[in-house]
Design a protein around this ligand. Structure first.
Ligand code: PEP
Ligand code: MN
Length: 254
């Protein structure tokens, strides 16, 4: 019986929640360049992973606390809100000083002790859908957080694993109206991980907004082909600007 996440009104948003930035915080220069560009465009939420949940242990694992320090500089230099993923509950205290929205990645959606801990903090939690999670399992994960007292949760559809291999994941836009009809939570869509292909990010961003999503999470990098993680699905500044402009147009028609 899922209850908490269905309580309370859902006021309409004036503008979509747009979270953008590189997959990983790689260094100060890349972050500075990216945040400057995004801030000038009007993007309020900046993302960047300091602790990276990589499939291979040999891949870049993130800068850790050094990455959090870079995010801190960005936060105060550009007056932006920071979104970053927590992997280990032991990092939470350090992260809370800087990060405005704590991301739970798809690999941790079933990490109930972590979810419970996030239910006791006073910050927004961005709960990504598990790689193979049903909508019901995802709602229950949100309920774990809400039951501890924190109902400030944004759900994020990031694609699920199916038999399809052309795309990295299958973006399940079905869940957007399902979330809207059954919960009082916000839902944003991540077409970067949902497709794994930068040329699909724009059409799926527009489709998500048209389906009623409250916003998007998009990976942006000044030189996607050089990115240390997820470059294949990251868009460059020109591509992002085009997507962002069209997204605002579509959002205003919904
Ligand atoms: C990410 O946002 O960079 C990430 C690792 O996402 P996911 O948990 O959806 O794979
Ligand atoms: Mn990524």
């Amino acid at each position: 019986m899922v209850k908490k996440i269905s309580e309370g009104p859902k006021p309409s948003l004036e503008k979509p929640i747009i979270i953008a930035g590189p997959c990983s915080v790689e260094n100060y220069e890349i972050m500075d360049k990216t945040v400057k560009f995004l801030k000038e465009l009007g993007v309020e939420f900046i993302r960047g992973g300091a602790f990276k949940p990589r499939t291979s242990p040999y891949s870049f694992q993130g800068l850790g606390l050094e990455g959090i320090e870079i995010l801190k500089d960005m936060k105060y230099k550009y007056s932006v809100k920071i979104v970053s993923e927590v992997l280990d509950v032991r990092d939470l205290e350090d992260m809370l000083e800087v990060v405005d929205v704590i991301q739970v990645g798809s690999r941790n959606m079933y990490n109930y002790p972590l979810l419970k801990e996030l239910g006791r903090i006073n910050k927004t939690v961005l709960l990504k859908r598990g790689i193979s999670a049903t909508i019901e399992e995802w709602f229950n994960a949100a309920e774990y957080i809400a039951l501890e007292g924190n109902s400030d949760i944004i759900l994020c559809e990031r694609g699920i694993r199916t038999f399809e291999t052309y795309t990295r994941n299958t973006l399940d836009l079905n869940c957007v109206p399902v979330v809207k009809q059954n919960t009082s939570l916000r839902i944003i869509v991540d077409p970067s991980h949902g497709t794994g292909r930068r040329e699909l990010v724009k059409p799926l961003s527009l489709a998500a907004i048209a389906a009623g999503a409250d916003g998007l999470l998009i990976e942006v990098h000044p030189k996607p082909e050089k990115a240390l993680s997820d470059g294949f699905q990251s868009v460059d500044f020109d591509e992002f600007k085009e997507i962002y402009t069209k997204v605002l147009d579509v959002f205003s028609c919904i």
